[in-house]
Structure formats: C-alpha cells, structure tokens
Design a protein around this ligand. Structure first.
Ligand code: 5GP
Length: 210
C-alpha cells in the first residue's frame, strides 16, 4: 500500500549541522523513488551570501510578512533570532496533495504550533555533539555579526532543552551516521524513536549542564 505523504519537522539549534544533513538526505532521495522536498519558508531576514529568493527562502519585507500573517497565509510562524519566519499553507497543501513528502526546517515555536493542528507529521530534533562544536560552527559561518552570533549561541542553548518534545533525536556526531538516521526516519523504514534511551538522556543532560 502506498504511504500517505507526510511532513517531517526538523529542528536544531543554530550550528548543529541541520542544513547539511537535510541537503544530504534530499540528495539521497533524489537518487531514489522517495518523493521528498524542502518547504521554502518566508522570512524577513536578509539573504546571506549565496542565498537567492525562492531557493532557501522567499525574502520579504516585515510589512509584507505581517500582511500575509493577518490573511492566514502561514501554517505556522515565529520570530527567531529577531527575524520573522513562516511556512506557507498553500505550499504545504499543494505538495502533500501531489504526493510529495516535505521537510519543514522550523524552530521549536513552529513545531509546537503544528503539533496543535490535525496534521500527519514526524518530528526530529538534531543535537550537536558538544556545545563547543556549536560555538565553532556558528562562528565559522562568518556571515553574522558578533551580536547576532551571541544571540544565536544563547538561543541554541535554550533550544536544546526542547529536544525531548520531539519523537526522534539524532546526535550529529558522525555526519554519515546522522544523515543515515535522518534518511531512515524520513523513508519510514526503521523508526529510530530513540529519545528515551539512557544514552540520549544522559547526553542531553551533559549538554544542558555545560
Ligand atoms: P536561519 O536564519 O539560520 O536560516 O534560520 C534560523 C532559524 O529559523 C532556524 O532555527 C530555522 O529552523 C528557523 N526557521 C526557518 N524557517 C522557519 C519557518 O518557516 N518557521 C519557523 N518557525 N522557523 C523557521
């Protein structure tokens, strides 16, 4: 029997390597018969180097964003690191109706909003191997100013405590292993659902006590 297309909600603190993992999974899916795409969100943040409108995000003004929000254009929306982000209802509906599974790269606030709706989803939280690796990755990206980096770092630590609300937790220690775990959840072959294992619990409390 053909599986119903699903939303895969993927959250992680900045610098946990979420985008690279998602890129790897999208690349694997494109080589298989798994219909999988990334939901392109709307944001008021400015494009970074290499980003273009409609590829990573639709970049819009704050006024445009708020108009859309008022007309119920968004399935969920949130303010993250001082910018507004939202997922288009129409985008999601049209993909699901076309039988395409969608990855939504959203923050914890967005996850909670979707959790309150009657939608078929799977939720995945990606943990960094350590706090220092987070710090290193956020700084190495070099595309935010010092203030933005510090805000991202503070938010990252706050966000970690929400990991246990998700159905699956992946530790991005080995990239290949983590990408394989993400793919197996998304292809719905072997459910990982490991958030309650002692190993993950211990690891999380270690990260949180840093
Ligand atoms: P960035 O600016 O680094 O691309 O993303 C910053 C944060 O915003 C990330 O945690 C990302 O998951 C989140 N984000 C991106 N798009 C959306 C969205 O449409 N909705 C929500 N709630 N968060 C989003």
């Amino acid at each position: 029997m053909k599986k119903e297309p699903k939303l895969f909600l993927v959250s992680a603190p900045s610098g946990a390597g979420k985008s690279s993992l998602i890129d790897a999974v999208l690349a694997s899916a494109s080589q298989s018969d798994l219909a999988l795409e990334l939901s392109i969100s709307y944001t008021t943040r400015s494009p970074r180097k290499g980003e273009s409108n409609g590829s990573q995000y639709y970049f819009i003004s704050k006024k445009n964003f708020l108009d859309k929000k008022n007309s119920h254009f968004f399935l969920e929306d949130a303010e993250v690191h001082g910018n507004l982000y939202g997922t288009s209802v129409e985008f999601v509906e049209s993909k699901l109706n076309a039988g395409v599974n969608l990855i939504l790269e959203i923050d914890v606030q967005g996850f909670r909003q979707i959790n309150d709706l009657d939608i078929n989803y799977e939720s995945i939280f990606i943990l960094p191997p350590s706090i220092s690796s987070l710090e290193k990755r956020i700084k190495a990206r070099g595309d935010d100013d010092v203030e933005a980096i510090n805000l991202r770092l503070k938010n990252a630590k706050d966000e970690l405590s929400f990991a246990t609300e998700y159905q699956h937790v992946i530790v991005n220690d080995s990239f290949e292993v983590a990408a394989g775990q993400l793919l197996s959840i998304i292809s719905q072959e072997t459910p990982l659902n490991n958030k309650n294992t002692e190993e993950v619990k211990q690891f999380l409390s270690q990260l949180l006590s840093y």
